[in-house]
Design a binder for this molecule. Structure first.
Ligand code: SAM
Length: 185
């Protein structure tokens, strides 16, 4: 059945090619890192950011058989430009955000509105023309703030430079997530 992750993964498959450089901005348990590493293959690079050592540890365990070069970075995604190779700025094919808390972890340690917005702004700079940004937002209290702020940021982007799309699951019960997809022109 279609869900937030299937939408994101289809968009990634459309854009990301073997050998690309990509960013998982919220590594968590590493499921998105794995998908990205499979898409870029052994010649590609995946940068993975998370602020929780536990998340990076879980993710390392989830990608032991992946051939891509995965660079796990224990830092906030809002600092991504300081951590990726300068030569990769403007050459990134995809940046993936899955906001919220670490599944199975401390639910009080969530992504936060201010840093999420700064990280999305940086993502738009590091992407190449033709690259894709995906953001999955949830509706817990901090998530609701992020959802509103992300929507406002993306709505204000110039039409000449970006195609910005929002998908909501209108008939799904229980606060379903919202998916944003941005295609950089
Ligand atoms: N993509 C993950 C997966 O496939 O399992 C799920 C991500 S989880 C919903 C959100 C993650 O964002 C948590 O692991 C949390 O520690 C992390 N996070 C919170 N603030 C962050 C920040 N400023 N920079 C990077 N990661 C952050």
């Amino acid at each position: 059945m279609e869900n937030a992750l299937s939408i994101v993964r289809r968009r990634l498959r459309d854009v990301v090619k073997a050998g690309d450089v990509v960013i998982d901005a919220t590594v968590g348990n590493g499921h998105d890192t794995r998908v990205l590493s499979e898409l870029v293959g052994p010649e590609g690079i995946v940068y993975g950011f998370d602020v929780q050592p536990k998340a990076l540890e879980n993710a390392r365990g989830a990608v032991t058989d992946c051939l891509a070069s995965i660079r796990f970075i224990h830092a906030g995604h809002e600092c991504m430009k300081e951590h990726i190779d300068p030569e990769h700025i403007g050459r990134v094919a995809a940046v993936v955000f899955n906001l919220g808390y670490l599944p199975g972890g401390d639910k009080t340690l969530t992504t936060a509105c201010d840093t999420t917005i700064r990280a999305i702004e940086s993502s738009l700079e590091v992407l190449y023309s033709g690259g894709v940004l995906t953001v999955v937002c949830y509706r817990h209290p901090e998530g609701q703030l992020e959802l509103t702020a992300v929507r406002e940021l993306l709505q204000a982007l110039p039409q000449s430079g970006y195609v910005c799309m929002e998908t909501a699951f209108m008939n799904q019960r229980g606060n379903p997530p919202v998916v944003f997809v941005v295609l950089k022109q």
